[in-house]
Design a protein around this ligand. Structure first.
Ligand SMILES: O=c1ccn([C@@H]2O[C@H](COP(=O)(O)OP(=O)(O)O[C@H]3O[C@H](CS(=O)(=O)O)[C@@H](O)[C@H](O)[C@H]3O)[C@@H](O)[C@H]2O)c(=O)[nH]1
Length: 476
């Protein structure tokens, strides 16, 4: 059922009377079970169905470049241990691709599971990464040829439990890193179909992963990408997952209150609740990484070859604040500060994302434990980011201006923000703090690729208040 591509020696596609490209097939299955999505407006799975005809199973031979190197994995205590098998769901995306390579380099046996829908969103919305990116198959072949290390590839949708079952049985993961979600807040606020898709895809996908662990790999550690946005912006300090409260003379440690502010962020809240429950009920071991806003392009591994280059989003839907500001500065577009610009969030370099995930895997949660880490290294307001980019741009001879854009979101624009983030540091995280040199290199990348920038994609076009039930068509 699952499609498996191992760059080591052969490309094997399993199929039992089903279409060989799983997403096209599974969509008809998961689609038909959902009244919410089962209509002609559904933006993506319908497209799958139109495109792919069933094929028989197929095995292709791909020449092996070199043999795999068995590198012992170093735990944080420095003890070598048997290489763990890590399944990276969403391993073709911005954080997932960098993480898959990093773990492979560190000696883990890695499999990427991905339905490639992120690439489809770009096609449907007329967007593109600032950087040219290779197909996932070429990325993996390139990695193999450079390092001798194999990464297995399973193309399919984790919302299809049959597909997920096959991947679990075939790969037998010791840890699952789950990045495989629709991760854009604006995307989830485009229209009703995208809001429904985001929550269905994210919540059901995670639920399926939990069931797969329970059924097939009960010792497997789930490392789930959550978001700092689950907490919102409360007027008190944000703790790491839990808060001890004394109420009417009694004291308890409880999940920290959640106040998410988009259908996307809410999907992560729902995931957290489902994971917490299954840790209690079934003894699942899980770590929820409440990640802040990620910036940056290169990691040691993605910088090794242009075919390994990561994606870099700058548009109003998938681009995030600092990455967007660097591209805006490079092309002479004023920096787009939404509203008053006092919105403060936790930020981290993508090199720290990969480090944090590795630390979580190397130091797993105990059976039944639902562990929450706040994964960011520094806090900035949007105004502070704009000031930093203006200064760094000035040093490169760019004349950077800032405009105030009416805020398309519903969010506090001036607020208290103080979030704890000590647990990953205690495990050994060595943060790459935002520096002049990093901003310099990000701006230089943006300048290098500035001919690829579509300026029409820069201004925000999605309004939290104007979201409607009708599917929004994005015209060219
Ligand atoms: O051109 C822009 C873009 C953003 N913002 C503001 O910057 C803040 C952050 O927005 P963002 O688009 O950089 O990040 P966000 O939508 O929160 O989502 C991103 O960061 C989240 C972490 S966090 O923000 O929830 O901590 C992740 O979960 C998401 O997957 C990722 O897309 C918001 O207040 C937004 O209004 C601007 O002022 N101007």
């Amino acid at each position: 059922m699952a499609q498996l591509l191992s760059s080591s020696s052969s490309l094997t596609i399993f199929s039992r009377n089903k279409p060989y490209l799983k997403p096209f097939n599974q969509c008809s299955m998961s689609f038909s079970t959902s009244a919410a999505c089962n209509n002609s407006t559904y933006p993506f799975r319908k497209l799958f169905l139109q495109r792919q005809k069933p094929r028989k199973s197929l095995v292709l031979q791909v020449s092996a470049v070199s043999t795999s190197i068995e590198t012992p994995v170093q735990t944080s205590s420095g003890e070598p241990s048997k290489p763990q098998r890590v399944m990276v769901i969403g391993g073709d995306g911005y954080c997932g691709w960098a993480t898959a390579l990093h773990l492979s380099k560190k000696g883990y046996e890695v499999a990427i599971v991905d339905n490639l829908i992120r690439r489809l969103f770009d096609h449907q919305l007329g967007l593109d990464s600032l950087t040219p990116i290779s197909s996932i198959q070429n990325r993996i072949r390139c990695w193999k040829s450079l390092t001798g290390k194999s990464i297995e590839l399973y193309i399919g949708d984790i919302c299809d439990f049959e597909f997920l079952t096959e991947t679990f049985k075939s790969f037998e993961p010791d840890a699952v890193v789950h990045f495989g979600e629709q991760r854009s807040a604006p995307y989830s606020m485009i229209d009703r179909p995208r809001a429904v898709f985001t929550q269905q895809n994210n919540v059901i996908g995670t639920l399926n992963v939990l069931f797969a662990i329970k059924e097939f790999r009960e010792q497997c550690h789930l490392v789930k990408l959550g978001t700092m946005g689950e907490y919102g912006t409360p007027n008190i300090d944000i703790e790491e997952g839990y808060i001890t409260i004394t109420h009417n003379g009694r004291t308890d440690t409880l999940p920290y209150p959640k106040q998410a502010s988009s259908f996307y962020h809410l999907s992560k809240v729902h995931d957290s609740h489902n994971i917490a429950f299954t840790c209690k009920a079934w003894g699942i071991r899980a770590t929820d990484l409440n990640q802040g806003v990620v910036y940056g392009l290169r990691t040691d591994e993605t910088a090794m070859h242009e075919e390994l280059c990561n994606r870099f989003d700058y548009d109003g839907i998938f681009g995030t604040a600092l990455n967007r500001f660097c591209v805006q500065a490079a092309v002479g577009h004023p920096l787009t500060v939404y509203g008053k610009g006092g919105q403060t969030r936790g930020y981290l370099d993508i090199r720290d994302t990969v480090q944090c995930v590795e630390l979580a895997i190397a130091n797993p949660a105990n059976p039944g434990e639902f562990r929450v880490f706040n994964q960011f290294t520094e806090q900035f307001s949007v105004n502070q980011l704009a000031a930093l980019v203006t200064k760094a741009g000035g040093k490169l001879g760019l004349n950077v201006e800032t405009i105030t854009v009416p805020n398309p979101r519903v969010e506090a624009e001036e607020h208290y923000y103080n979030a704890k983030h000590t647990k990953l540091v205690e495990l050994g995280l060595k943060p790459h703090l935002l520096s002049d040199s990093l901003l310099d290199s990000l701006l230089n990348f943006a300048i290098q690729y500035k001919d690829r920038v579509d300026k029409k994609q820069i201004m925000p076009s999605i309004s939290w208040r104007k979201i409607g039930v009708k599917p929004k068509t994005v015209t060219a």
